[in-house]
Write a protein that binds this ligand. Structure first.
Ligand code: ADP
Ligand code: ZN
Length: 619
């Protein structure tokens, strides 16, 4: 029997296991149960694919992979075919005849892996098939992907997953591996309880994604900021832009297209066929920017998404981490970029307040929003805060905006006290509540019509904050609202109200520290000069010389042609990193190509000659 490492090299073309993969793989090959918690892009698939291969070679038969996502099954099976592995899937996208053909292959023991949807696995018909395989000792392993779907606390609860518990009862001697990228403790306990994995060994990886750079910018002219970010850092590269509303998605996609980007909209209001077409384009073509609501992204395992941008605030840190986690699965430098402003805070608070949910539930939502706002307002390392949220301690990362360009911080405590006492005084004087603009006018001593109408120029705080700019005061207001020291009443013209938390700030017990507001959005050239800024060279090719760059470009073109011919996403043929390694190596023979990371035996045979032709044509 080939060792796990030999299979990794020969079939997948990778020189070494990552992180805990080797341990997990050994444990499962030996027949142990496992629960694997690993971040997106950590390499979960190999944790069951290698055992599937090894165990089949040892005569144990087929591995059944339970997966909830049709698109993902399709791509995984496609990628396995390319690597020369016998795999198939069973789901609702197949016709009756196609499904029957797959079942026959399964019964004949021709498959190393079968992917199936959870509702399929527990049908009497499928269980009868499994029974027959089991009786012959040909049921090797169950891999349960996206195992958090079993938990009703998660956002992806799928009742069908609960039915999977019967697998253990029925086939107690068949090992099981459950995998998820959702980290929190409640979900983990749920998985163990509902899938009866009490005996399983747990493998918990760090949730850090060191190749992702986190940036949270102050929102000024968000679409312009977005455009500068994409053009400056990710021209021609694939990315996802998340917006809150369908309308906004459409607008932003249009604007990006007008600016010459290859952008497509995606949201639940679009026709299913249009959605599918846009998703396929995103997966298959190079450099498409998907502008989407959060309806997009589940089950997208495109490895070369170079950036995820948020034009609106996500709901909470879990959402933010899941969405941004779609960047850089291939481990190459990637960006998580967000524009954030006062209106976001107001909107999110309002959405929670106005939702019909029970007060207890709303309280939880508010707590989660507060944690996200604290991340957005932070002037220290974003990653330290993110990981701390998931229970991991870490050191400043050197790869987030705050680490790379420590923000100038000013003490806004005095300004905050002035703002709060003005809110207090206008209410006392007139019994009415006012909005942010009016409060700032009073503080800065502007005798507007409204000020005169209410006699607010006579308030003791009138003009005492003249030294502060409007931008500064807005920053203070945002932080006060973000931290709950000030509330906005959306049902009555966004008026400001004091809260129980206002007192500590008013008394000066609670310091307010703010990042210095940069009035000019950082332009393109300026951004490039800044410490740690990357150039617009594709991430994978960043370290290549001129000649190698040329080879890289030619290889990418060739890959696009191959992808079209084989009707596969480009990355299933070769990852960018593999193309970059080939470009650097400038191989002249198949022997030279052997051992390049990402080129297994089957791919060497299928694509090796084509690659050599491309390079030869360049001279
Ligand atoms: P996950 O399911 O955990 O999000 P995947 O299994 O899709 O992650 O793996 C992410 C990417 O990393 C894939 O493109 C995969 O080919 C690559 N990968 C996984 N393990 C290794 C390894 N040991 N060496 C090189 N690349 C790897
Ligand atoms: Zn950092």
């Amino acid at each position: 029997m080939a060792t796990a490492l030999a299979l990794l090299k020969d079939v997948f073309g990778y020189p070494a296991f990552r992180g805990q993969q080797a341990e997990i793989v050994d444990h499962v090959i030996a027949g142990g149960d496992a629960l694997v918690l690993m971040p997106t892009g950590g390499g979960k698939s190999l944790c069951y694919q290698i055992p599937a291969l090894a165990r089949q070679q040892a005569g144990h038969g087929t591995t059944i992979v339970v997966s909830p996502l049709i698109a993902l099954m399709h791509d995984q099976v496609g990628a396995l075919h390319e690597a020369g592995v016998q795999a198939a899937f069973l789901n609702s996208s197949l016709s009756m005849e196609e499904a029957n053909a797959v079942e026959r292959r399964l019964a004949r023991g021709e498959l190393t892996l079968l992917y199936a949807a959870p509702e399929r696995v527990t049908t009497p018909r499928f269980l009868a098939l499994l029974d027959a395989m089991h009786a012959q000792g040909k049921l090797s392993l169950f891999a349960i992907d996206e195992a958090h779907c079993v938990s009703q606390w998660g956002h992806d609860f799928r009742p069908e997953y609960r039915g999977l518990a019967l697998l253990h009862g029925r086939y107690a001697d068949v090992p099981r591996i459950a995998l998820t990228a959702t980290a929190d403790g409640v979900t983990r306990e749920d998985i163990v309880a509902h899938l009866q994995l009490g005996q399983a060994r747990q493998f918990v990886s760090s949730f850090d994604r060191p190749n992702i750079r986190y940036t949270i910018a102050e929102k000024k002219d968000p679409t312009l900021q977005l455009l500068r970010f994409i053009e400056g850092e990710h021209a021609g590269e694939a990315g996802i832009v998340y917006c809150q509303s369908r309308k906004r998605v459409e607008e932003v996609a249009e604007l990006l297209c007008r600016e010459g980007l290859d952008a497509l909209p995606y949201h639940a209001g679009l026709d299913a066929q249009v959605r599918q077409r846009h998703q396929d384009r995103f997966l298959r073509d190079d450099g498409v920017v998907m502008t989407a609501t959060i309806a997009f992204g589940m089950g997208i395992d495109k490895p070369d998404v170079r950036f995820v941008a948020h034009l609106d605030l996500p709901k909470n840190i879990e959402g933010y981490y899941q969405e941004t986690g779609r960047a850089g699965r291939d481990g190459l430098p990637s960006d998580a970029w967000m524009a954030y402003g006062l209106q976001d805070v107001v909107n999110q608070r309002r959405m929670i307040d106005e939702s019909p949910a029970a007060e207890e539930f709303k309280q939880v939502q508010r707590g989660k929003l507060d944690a996200l706002l604290a991340l957005a307002e932070a002037t220290d390392c974003r990653r330290v805060r993110l990981l701390a949220y998931f229970g991991e301690r870490s050191q400043p990362c050197g790869n987030c905006d705050n680490c790379l360009n420590p923000p100038a911080v000013w003490d806004g405590t005095e300004a905050a006290r002035m703002l709060l006492s003005t809110v207090y005084r206008v209410q006392q004087a007139s019994g009415l509540h006012f909005g942010a603009g009016h409060i700032m006018d009073i503080l800065r001593g502007k005798e507007t019509e409204k000020v005169q109408q209410f006699g607010h120029q006579r308030l003791s705080t009138f003009g005492i904050g003249a030294e502060f700019s409007e931008a500064q005061l807005r920053g203070v207001l945002r932080q006060l609202i973000a931290t709950g020291a000030l509330a906005v009443d959306a049902s009555s013209f966004n008026t400001l109200h004091l809260t129980a938390a206002s007192r500590a700030v008013l008394k000066g017990e609670q310091p307010v520290r703010l990042r210095e507001s940069i009035m000019q959005p950082a332009g393109r050239s300026r951004r490039r000069e800044r410490a740690g800024a990357r150039s617009a060279v594709p991430a994978a090719a960043a370290s290549l010389t001129g000649d190698a760059q040329q080879r890289f470009a030619a290889l990418k073109e060739w890959r696009t042609r191959m992808a079209r011919e084989h009707n596969l996403p480009a990355y299933v043929i070769f990852h960018d990193a593999t193309l970059a390694a080939i470009a650097a190596l400038a191989p002249r023979s198949l022997g030279d190509l052997e051992g390049v990371s990402g080129i297994g035996a089957k791919k060497l045979e299928t694509y090796g000659p084509g690659v050599l032709d491309v390079l030869q044509a360049l001279g």
